[in-house]
Design a protein around this ligand. Structure first.
Ligand SMILES: Cc1cc2nc3c(=O)[nH]c(=O)nc-3n(C[C@H](O)[C@H](O)[C@H](O)COP(=O)(O)OP(=O)(O)OC[C@H]3O[C@@H](n4cnc5c(N)ncnc54)[C@H](O)[C@@H]3O)c2cc1C
Length: 332
């Protein structure tokens, strides 16, 4: 078990914010997770790779990280992974073993534990589609538990681990159920199909689909190693139909996604762009020039700089559209 004091979290957040914690604890086995579960005292923070995290200052408490590794095929389609495995390594592993299902989630930063907390998703697929079970250790008792997908109550980037189970469990393993045939493949989202056609591919292998997704993502999103960021900073707001119709009269080109007969989703990135923020900066914090939903650290930004930019954008979007947008990123 790693147990370090006054530890820098710079390598543990993709925004590249310099912040320290009083104590950093890392488990590499279930037994170590149990030991930590029994000694944790508030305040504490559970982290993966910190790719959905904005640190606004030093954390005066314990930070816990999983370094529990291992990717193991337990039968023809089930793969059990340690929570500290890098998510994209798991996708690469599945693809190399001709298991279908995870390809659309290629290159999403972060680790296995968080995949099950966040219900990561991209290009028409969500990890909940192929999560089979989650193993964890209960904080306070050290008891080992296992949860089915149904028990985790997955929603859009949401799960029970973000609400009533928040800070209650240290995830140790996630088991995914992939498919040995192409039934889990999702090709009709974004420009996946057209990109495959462009490459003369009709029925892609998992490897071919993964490569297309990687190439599309690389052309659109800034790599955190090049420019600090946490992916989509804001959630896309879901509005009442009457509000959506009012806006559509003012902005006939407004993109939107049907949710149900009473609600419509409006892309926050489009609204931010309409407010003139795309590519702009406020001090060392900025809005990415190709993707307005992504806030970036242009170099040396503090958490406070990013928060200040976030608040200016929220204010401007509210003033122009009368809609409140909220961060998807965990601000600590
Ligand atoms: C460039 C970029 C692109 C991105 N694109 C996407 C995308 O396409 N789709 C998408 O869904 N997300 C995307 N994200 C967001 C991010 O990658 C995901 O939210 C990811 O799952 C976070 O993983 P992490 O390991 O960094 O977790 P963290 O950000 O460290 O933590 C996320 C949550 O998981 C909890 N957690 C982490 N590990 C454990 C554990 N072992 N036990 C219990 N709780 C734990 C934390 O407490 C926290 O609540 C992107 C981020 C970046 C930087």
């Amino acid at each position: 078990m790693k147990d370090l004091s006054n530890y820098s979290l710079l390598a543990h957040n993709t925004f590249g914010i310099e912040a320290r914690c009083s104590r950093f604890l890392e488990y590499s086995t279930v037994e170590e997770a149990q030991e930590i579960a029994l000694l944790l005292k508030s305040p504490y923070l559970l982290i993966g790779a910190g790719s959905n995290l904005l640190l606004t200052g030093d954390f005066d408490g314990m930070v816990v990280h999983s370094a529990l590794r291992g990717i193991e095929k337990i039968d023809a389609t089930h793969v059990r992974c340690g929570s500290g495995e890098v998510w994209d390594d798991v996708v690469a592993w599945c693809v190399a073993h001709t298991l279908y299902g995870a390809e659309n989630l290629s290159l999403i930063p972060g680790e296995v534990g968080a995949s099950a907390v966040q219900n990561i998703g991209a290009y028409g697929a969500e990890v909940k589609d192929f999560i089979s079970s989650i193993e964890a250790v209960e904080i306070g008792t050290g008891k080992q538990c296992s949860f089915s997908r149904e028990e985790c109550q997955y929603g859009y980037r949401d799960s029970r681990f973000k609400h009533e189970w928040k800070n209650r469990y240290l995830i140790t393993h996630v088991t995914y159920q992939l498919s040995s045939d192409s039934s889990l493949q999702r090709l009709d989202y974004g420009n996946i199909r057209s990109e495959l056609e462009h490459r003369g591919i009709n029925q892609p292998t998992p490897l071919e689909l993964r490569q297309v997704v990687i190439d599309i993502r690389n052309s659109k999103l800034p790599a955190p190693k090049v420019m600090g960021n946490a992916g989509s900073f804001f959630m896309n707001p879901v509005v009442e139909r009457s509000k959506y119709e009012e806006l559509l009269r003012m902005y006939p080109q407004m993109p939107h996604y049907y949710i149900d007969e009473n609600h419509e989703k409006i892309p926050a990135g489009w609204m931010i762009d309409q407010c003139g923020w795309k590519g702009r900066s406020l001090g060392p914090a900025g809005v990415h020039d190709r993707q307005a939903l992504v806030l970036v650290n242009r170099g040396g930004a503090t958490g406070a700089d990013i928060v200040a930019l976030c608040q200016r954008i929220q204010h401007d979007v509210h003033e122009k559209f009368g809609i409140e947008i909220h961060p998807e990123v965990n601000i600590v």
